[in-house]
Design a protein around this ligand. Structure first.
Ligand code: GLA
Length: 396
C-alpha cells in the first residue's frame, strides 16, 4: 500500500529530530534486459517515483526502522544481523531484510556502524520490478556512509549494495539496479557498461514520457527463476569456452561467431545465450539512434527486446504480453517492453507527451476488460539518483 500523503513530508513529520533526509529513486530499464550478469551493457533510467528516508543517529547498536506505508516497525540488533530476527527473536519481515543486508555488508567489509532510527515512506510501487529494493539498499547505504563518515565512490557503494543483495538476500543480481538508483540523471537514460563500469548519460527523446504500467501481477517466481536463468547462461559460457577459450562471458561473443557455435549448445541454454548476445547489440544500436534523436527506431528496438524476452528468455507472462501488444496499437506509443527481471511486474512505454494521458486511459480500459484488474499507470520522467540532505537544526 502506498501512503496517500507526500512521502517527503511524511517521514519528516514522523521523525522531527532527523539529522538526515535521504531520497532514492526507482528505475526502469529501457533496453538491455538480463545482460548485466553477463558483462553486457544496459540502458536504464532512474524515475521520479522515490523512497524517502529520515534518519537520526542512536547511541545503542540497533536499527529502529518504521515503514510508514506498511505501518510496521522493527528493531534489529546490529550485533546479530546474520540471524535475520528482530530483538525479540521474531523473523524479520521481508522489507527489513534490505537495510539489514546493507548494514551486514558494511560490517563484513570492516566498517563499524552505530545505531540509527529511520522512517521510510515512498511513492515507488514495491515489488513491481521498479527496483524498490535497490532504492532502499542505496538509501540505507548512504545513511550508514554519512553517519559513519566513510569516504566511498558512488560506484563502490552500488557494488556493495549488489553484494548485499546477492550474499544476504540470495538474489544473484547484476549491478544495473543499484547503479541506476545511485547514478540517475534527470531527463537522461544511462548507458552503462557493466564490464568496464564506464557510463554516460544519454538524453531521452524530447517531448516523450516514460509510462510505467503495473500489471499488478506479483513476481513470486522471480528469485528462483532469475537464478536459474543465470545458471543457464553460465552453462552456455562453459560450453562456448570449449569452442573458443577466449570466451569468458556472453559479452565476448559476437552474433556471427554465435551462429557458428550455437549447434554445440543444448536448449534452453542456446536461446538464453542468443537473447543476451542480440540484446547487447540492441543496446549498442539504441545509443546510436538516440544520439540521432530517432525516437521511432529506438521504440522499435524496445518492441524487439520484448519479443526476445518473451520467446527466447521466457521471462514474460500473459499480462505483460497483452500490455505490450495493446500499447503497440495506441496512438503516441513509440515503444513498449517489460522492464526489469520480468515474471510479472511492469511494462515501460515510450509515449509522446501530448498522447500520454489518453494512452493511460485506453490501456486501463483494455486491461480491465481483459483481466478484470485495475491497471495502475505512472507517467514518469527520468530523474536524479539518490542524494542526502543534511538537516540543519534551528538554534534556540
Ligand atoms: C533485475 C536485476 C538486475 C537485472 C534485471 C534484468 O532487476 O536486479 O540486475 O538483471 O533484473 O535485466
Amino acid at each position: 500500500m502506498l501512503n496517500a500523503g507526500n512521502p517527503r513530508e511524511l517521514v519528516l513529520a514522523s521523525l522531527p529530530e532527523a539529522a538526515l533526509l535521504i531520497s532514492a529513486p526507482g528505475r526502469v530499464n529501457l533496453i538491455g534486459e538480463h545482460v548485466d550478469y553477463n558483462m553486457g551493457i544496459v540502458l536504464p533510467a532512474a524515475v521520479d517515483r522515490r523512497v524517502w528516508l529520515a534518519v537520526k543517529p542512536l547511541e545503542a547498536p540497533i536499527l529502529r526502522i518504521t515503514a510508514l506505508d506498511l505501518e510496521e516497525s522493527v528493531e534489529i540488533n546490529l550485533n546479530n544481523l546474520a540471524a535475520r530476527v528482530d530483538r525479540k527473536g521474531k523473523p524479520l519481515p521481508l522489507w527489513s531484510l534490505y537495510p539489514s543486508a546493507v548494514a551486514w555488508i558494511f560490517q563484513s567489509k570492516g566498517y563499524t556502524l552505530s545505531g540509527l532510527e529511520a522512517c521510510i515512506a515512498s511513492n515507488l510501487p514495491m515489488r513491481a520490478g521498479l527496483s524498490s529494493s535497490a532504492a532502499i539498499e542505496v538509501a540505507f547505504a548512504l545513511a550508514f556512509q554519512t553517519l559513519a563518515g566513510i569516504e566511498m565512490e558512488r560506484m563502490h557503494l552500488a557494488q556493495l549494495c549488489q553484494t548485499a543483495e546477492s550474499s544476504f538476500i540470495g538474489v544473484h543480481c547484476g549491478l544495473m539496479d543499484q547503479f541506476a538508483v545511485s547514478h540517475g540523471v534527470a531527463r537522461h537514460a544511462l548507458f552503462f557498461d557493466t564490464r568496464s563500469l564506464e557510463w554516460q548519460p544519454i538524453p531521452l527523446p524530447p517531448d516523450t514520457v516514460l509510462v510505467v504500467a503495473d500489471s499488478g501481477k506479483k513476481r513470486e517466481l522471480a528469485k528462483s527463476a532469475y537464478n536459474q536463468r543465470q545458471q543457464e547462461c553460465q552453462l552456455a559460457v562453459q560450453l562456448l569456452n570449449r569452442q573458443n577459450p577466449a570466451i569468458h562471458s556472453l559479452r565476448d561473443v559476437e552474433i556471427d561467431a554465435f551462429k557458428k557455435y550455437e549447434q554445440f549448445l543444448p536448449q534452453p541454454a542456446a536461446k538464453r545465450a542468443r537473447h543476451v548476445i542480440e540484446e547487447i547489440e540492441r543496446v549498442q544500436r539504441s545509443a546510436i539512434v538516440l544520439a540521432e534523436e530517432d525516437a521511432v527506431t529506438f521504440g522499435q528496438i524496445m518492441f524487439a527486446g520484448h519479443i526476445s524476452l518473451r520467446d527466447l528468455y521466457e521471462v514474460s507472462c500473459e499480462e505483460l504480453d497483452f500490455l505490450v501488444e495493446m500499447a503497440a496499437g495506441l496512438p503516441g506509443c513509440l515503444g513498449a517492453k517489460l522492464t526489469g527481471a520480468g515474471f510479472g511486474g511492469c511494462t515501460v512505454n515510450l509515449v509522446r507527451k501530448p498522447e500520454a494521458e489518453l494512452f493511460c486511459e485506453q490501456m486501463q480500459a483494455a486491461y480491465q476488460s481483459r483481466f478484470s484488474v485495475d491497471l495502475i499507470t505512472h507517467i514518469c520522467r527520468a530523474d536524479r539518483g539518490a542524494y542526502v540532505e543534511k538537516i540543519e537544526k534551528a538554534v534556540h
